[in-house]
Structure formats: structure tokens, C-alpha cells
Design a protein around this ligand. Structure first.
Ligand code: MN
Length: 423
């Protein structure tokens, strides 16, 4: 299909103006309701498509997989069928729901089992996440943190332009958008105190991130070459990697992030495939000095995805505090995966690799409160007159992400997270 006919595709399912989910998106997720046990789904407009029922009714019969692969509480078994199958399912959905195709459109008796309003279902975490890595791949973020906590003259550590720096996080506390998170408690120590204190974090922060989910496994001892790395990526989500800065600051030496990071990270519910994001590829920033050969990637490996963060106090209006873009990432996803596996570390279907905080060059594009309020020295004034240095109890953090070009918009929806008082 050429570019113009692809962009002009429309669905017989209504798609509201400005919606993140036109027929060109076709993301994957997991839904359930009182009547329906968990199952795989896609989405067009505000309509959810039950993939299990489509399969039962024979709409994928020639693709040779069992319908039960969709009757699961995660996408993992479906993802493990491999890229040719995800692609074939997406193409079939495009074909079935395209305006000009009467096959399913006119078979109205099938609609009640296949199609559900988004308001009638609960949307679950799409993937059972095995391992979770969090990178640190935004040069602006790493520079800002280096200026605040170390040395403005040498903000980036000497390894930063040579290694996609990352750490292994914890997958048990990754939850889906809408799940409230309790303010964490822990040890903190202020610079002028002799002893640490124990109590609720006073510096609870968000980190604006995106993450990719792997769709193919590798064997222990093998490395994924950078030029093949995208073959291992199923799709992407928005990711709010909550962080308690005061706990983090006291604990992180010498082994890195721990309890300041693992009390909750929040994913958007729909996995958007790289195929859907294809029209939004862009070049990444120039990498100087030249990286080692195993990290040298060619072609357009970044994506132009606009990212917004808003804070909504309880009962108040949502106030935008950040507008950033995924294209600012210094290290791209192919480089991250090549680096993750270069030592022989194996990866599995359903792993999650987060970008690290995505900050842009301008102060309104910083991806954390730590940077936006510059360590508390420049508080954000909210519409109700209150100030934010970090996140308050009962605030809801809202992240949105979408790519938009020449009338085509492919989005991720939202990640919303309400912060509850410490338990
Ligand atoms: Mn992070």
C-alpha cells in the first residue's frame, strides 16, 4: 500500500477527531469485564475489538494458531508466535475494519460479541513482564542531573557517551494505568543531619519515559546485533517510572537505584507496534565521539513522538508541566538492546526496557519534577495557587504520547497515576 492510500484509510467503526487510535494504529492489549474473562483485544476509536471472539468465529482461521492464544491474561503467548503472526493479525484487522469491506461490517450478528465500548471493559496490564531494565538515555536528563548533584563543568560522567547506561529494575511492581500508588516510606537523610530518618518520602517524583516490549527471545551467551535489534521489539508503551528522590539520594551509593524506584512504575495499556510507528521515524542526535562498532546503528532509529505530562490535584484542573519528545533520545532502542545482550545476557518475550527520563533541551521539556522545579528551587505554580516542588498526596499524574504528521495521528492514550498518602 502506498503512503497516500495508507494515510487515507478509514474504518466503519467511528473514530472521534484527534483520537489516538485510528485504523492505522491497531494496538494490542488485554481486557476483561464481569462477563468476559481476560482476553487479547485491539482498539479502533473508542471501540474495543475482542480478538478471541474474532478467532473463534474463524476470522483468523488461515493464520494457523489456536484461538486460545488470545484467551489469556497477558499477550505473551500471542507475542511468542512471532513477528509474521503479529503482522498478519494486524493486516487482517485493517482489512476487516476498513470502510469499504462489507464482510464483517454487514455481518451484524457478530458485532455484539466482537465489539465492546471502551467504557464497558476493564483494561489490564498487557504483558506479563519478565525482566525490567531502565536505561538513562536522554542526554539532557543525564546532564541536568549531573549539574544538580555533581559538577556543572563535568555533568556527564566519562562513560555516558560510550555506554547506554542502565540498571535492572523490578517487574513485580509494574502496574497498568489507573492503578493508584501509595507514597513510599523509607530512609532519608538530609545533608546537615547526622542520622537518617524513617518516614514517607517528601520528594515523590514522576519520570516521563517510554518503554519497549521484546517479542523474541535470545539464548544465554548470544548477543543481538544492533542492526537486527528491532526484529526483537514487539511494541512500545508510555511509562511513568515513579521515583522517591530523597530515598534514592541516600541509598544509591555504591550499587545504584533500589527502594527509591521499585514501589511502582506505571505502563499505558495499549502496546503500539513499531509497524504502526513506521511513518514517524527520524534520525537521532549525532553521537560524538563515535561509539564502538557493536553500537553503531544506521538508518532512522528514533521516533517523533510528542509527550505531555500534567498534574491534577484532587478536585482541581489538570495543569501541564512538561512537553517533551521521544526523538530527543541520545541512545536508540536498537543500541539499548544490543548493549543489554552484548555480554551474552539472554532476553525473553515480554521483557520491558524503559528509556529513562525523556527530557528535551528547553526547560518546559524536562521529564521529571526534579528538573522542572530544579531541585525545589523553582516551584511550579498550579492554577489553584498552590506550588509543586514534587508530587503531593492525592495528585494524579497524567502522561500522554502521540505521533502526528500530515493528518495521521498514532497515539498511546494515557498513563494516569493517583498518589495516595503513605499506608
Ligand atoms: Mn527511570
Amino acid at each position: 500500500m502506498n503512503d497516500t492510500s495508507y494515510k487515507s484509510l478509514s474504518s466503519w467503526i467511528p473514530v472521534p477527531a484527534g483520537c489516538d487510535f485510528p485504523i492505522q494504529n491497531i494496538p494490542f492489549g488485554i481486557i476483561q469485564s464481569k462477563e468476559l474473562p481476560p482476553r487479547a483485544a485491539s482498539r479502533i476509536g473508542d471501540t474495543v475489538i475482542d480478538l478471541y471472539h474474532l478467532a473463534i468465529l474463524g476470522y483468523f482461521h488461515d493464520l494457523h494458531f489456536e484461538p486460545e492464544v488470545f484467551l489469556k491474561s497477558s499477550l505473551n503467548d500471542f507475542i511468542a508466535l512471532g513477528k509474521p503472526t503479529w503482522r498478519a493479525v494486524r493486516s487482517r484487522l485493517t482489512e476487516l475494519f476498513e470502510s469499504g469491506n462489507p464482510t464483517l461490517r454487514e455481518r451484524k450478528k457478530d458485532h455484539s460479541t466482537i465489539l465492546h465500548s471502551i467504557d464497558d471493559v476493564e483494561i489490564l496490564l498487557p504483558v506479563k513482564i519478565g525482566d525490567y531494565t531502565d536505561f538513562y538515555s536522554s542526554i539532557e536528563h543525564a546532564t541536568n542531573v549531573g549539574i544538580m548533584f555533581r559538577d556543572p563543568a563535568n555533568a556527564l560522567l566519562p562513560n555516558w557517551r560510550h555506554i547506554p547506561v542502565g540498571y535492572h529494575g523490578r517487574s513485580s511492581s509494574i502496574v497498568v494505568s489507573g492503578t493508584p500508588i501509595y507514597r513510599p516510606k523509607g530512609q532519608t537523610k538530609s545533608d546537615d543531619a547526622d542520622y537518617p530518618l524513617f518516614g514517607p518520602s517528601n520528594q515523590l517524583d514522576f519520570e516521563l519515559e517510554m518503554a519497549f516490549i521484546t517479542g523474541k527471545s535470545s539464548s544465554l551467551g548470544d548477543s543481538v546485533p544492533v542492526q537486527q535489534a528491532e526484529e526483537y521489539i514487539f511494541g512500545m508503551v508510555l511509562f511513568n517510572d515513579l521515583s522517591a528522590r530523597d530515598i534514592q539520594k541516600w541509598e544509591y551509593v555504591p550499587l545504584g537505584p533500589f527502594l527509591g524506584k521499585n514501589f511502582g512504575s506505571v505502563s499505558s495499556p495499549w502496546v503500539v507496534t513499531l509497524d504502526a510507528l513506521e511513518p514517524f521515524r527520524v534520525k537521532g542526535p549525532k553521537q560524538e565521539p563515535r561509539v564502538l562498532p557493536y553500537l553503531q546503528s544506521t538508518g532512522d532509529r528514533n521516533f517523533d513522538i510528542q509527550l505531555d505530562v500534567l498534574i491534577q490535584p484532587e478536585g482541581g484542573v489538570a495543569h501541564q508541566v512538561c512537553h517533551s519528545n521521544f526523538k530527543y533520545m541520545y541512545w536508540n532502542m536498537a543500541q539499548q538492546l544490543a548493549h543489554q545482550t552484548v555480554n551474552g545476557c539472554n532476553i525473553n518475550v515480554g521483557d520491558l526496557y524503559a528509556s529513562g527520563t525523556i527530557s528535551g533541551p528547553a526547560s518546559d521539556s524536562f521529564g521529571s519534577m526534579l528538573e522542572i522545579a530544579w531541585k525545589g528551587t523553582k516551584p511550579v505554580r498550579m492554577p489553584d495557587g498552590s506550588e509543586r516542588k514534587f508530587i503531593h498526596d492525592n495528585d494524579t499524574i497524567i502522561m500522554r504520547g502521540y505521533a502526528e504528521k500530515e493528518g495521521l495521528r498514532i497515539g498511546f492514550g494515557e498513563v494516569t497515576t493517583k498518589i495516595l498518602p503513605a499506608k
